[in-house]
Write a protein that binds this ligand. Structure first.
Ligand code: ATP
Ligand code: LTN
Length: 325
């Protein structure tokens, strides 16, 4: 079976963009692939995190994986910092990465926008650690949202460069990006992607939001000028809301447009809120029923399984590079 690897940072509460862009796809893949899903805590600390909150969020992200339908009997779930080989391989890949390759990364440019002086080396090096995550497991496919494609291109370049220099060790992975939902936009700003580290909570609908929060956030969501409910590129706010409605409600955009032909934004938004609430309810029921200690046990077992593969790859890498084991 082809191997799949992906991860999410425990940098905030996951939102419907993370679910629709990435995790939903993971759930489908686990039936016919060997899947490894990681909570990437070492990536989260590339920007400042409160230590107590980080611990809490790491367990929360794992619970979200489980509540979304990731089955630990089929897939390996673990925490990145539990498998030390991730940091070890990142160091070796650093030695074949060129500085301009990292300077080009749009995520770095976005996150360091308040001034490169304040950005850490870790933030700059983030894509190399991500390449290490993927290459350690000889991954074939990486299911992610659109914003991560540039990082996967770099991962492919590094794999090829390493293989040319030291011998064929790494598999060259490909990004698996869904056609729809790969880029859910912010509710308060439809030009930027929905982000869990956004300044305002009105940017996103988190997977743990209460029904009243959802209703309020959708009511406040910005809309475009005009009255008609139609999907169009020059109505980015409405296009985003229609996409969310379609993916969470299981109806085509065409059907939704027909349904609101003679109605306005108020009716549309009211119903959209109920579609989101209906999706979240069973999800949150499963989430709330999970026991933290059992989840920690799943993560420890997952790390043991991941480590077997990671240490095998690391030994091959060390031998190839000329490091004594
Ligand atoms: P942050 O804003 O804190 O950097 P994030 O919300 O972008 O976080 P990540 O942990 O970086 O979340 O991403 C987890 C997964 O969710 C990735 O595969 C990413 O591509 C996907 N993703 C993130 N935001 C969106 C979005 N708005 N639409 C679709 N997919 C998304
Ligand atoms: N950078 C990713 C998170 C991430 C990841 C990975 C995704 C870290 N390592 C490996 C896929 C494969 C993000 O979503 N921001």
């Amino acid at each position: 079976m082809e191997r799949i690897f992906s991860g999410v940072q425990p940098s905030g509460v996951l939102h419907i963009g993370n679910y629709l862009g990435a995790i939903k796809n993971w759930v489908n893949l686990q039936n016919d692939h060997q899947c490894i899903f990681c909570v990437v805590d070492l990536h989260a600390i590339t920007v400042s995190q409160d230590p107590k909150e980080l611990l809490k969020k790491t367990v929360e992200v794992a619970k979200i994986y489980l509540a979304a339908g990731i089955d630990p009997k089929k897939s390996t779930i673990f925490v990145q910092s539990h498998v030390k080989e991730h940091a070890e391989l990142a160091w070796i890949l650093n030695t074949i990465t060129k500085i301009p390759e990292l300077e080009r990364m749009t995520q770095f440019k976005d996150k360091a926008k308040d001034g490169k002086k304040e950005a850490s080396m870790g933030l700059f090096d983030y894509p190399v650690l991500m390449a290490a995550d993927i290459l350690l497991y000889k991954t074939v496919g990486v299911p992610v949202g659109e914003d991560q494609v540039q990082h996967i291109e770099l991962t492919r370049d590094l794999a090829q460069r390493f293989n040319n220099k030291f011998g064929e060790i790494f598999t060259v992975p490909k990004a698996l990006v869904r056609k729809e939902g790969a880029r859910i936009m912010g509710l308060d700003d439809p030009i930027k992607k929905m982000s869990k580290s956004a300044a305002s909570q009105y940017n996103y609908i988190s997977l743990t939001d209460s029904p009243d929060d959802v209703r309020e956030k959708i009511k406040k969501a910005v809309t475009d000028s005009g009255k008609e409910i139609v999907f169009s590129q020059d109505k980015p706010a409405l296009a985003n809301l229609l996409t969310i409605y379609s993916l969470l409600g299981g109806q085509t955009i065409k059907d939704i447009e027909a349904k609101y032909k003679d109605k306005g934004y108020a009716d549309f938004k009211k119903d959209l809120a109920e579609v989101v609430v209906e999706f979240l309810e069973p999800f949150q029921e499963k989430y709330n029923a999970l026991d933290d200690n059992e989840v920690l046990e799943i993560l420890r077992e997952g790390a043991k399984k991941a480590q077997v593969i990671a240490s095998q790859t690391m030994s091959e890498v060390k031998k190839a590079v000329g490091l004594i084991e």
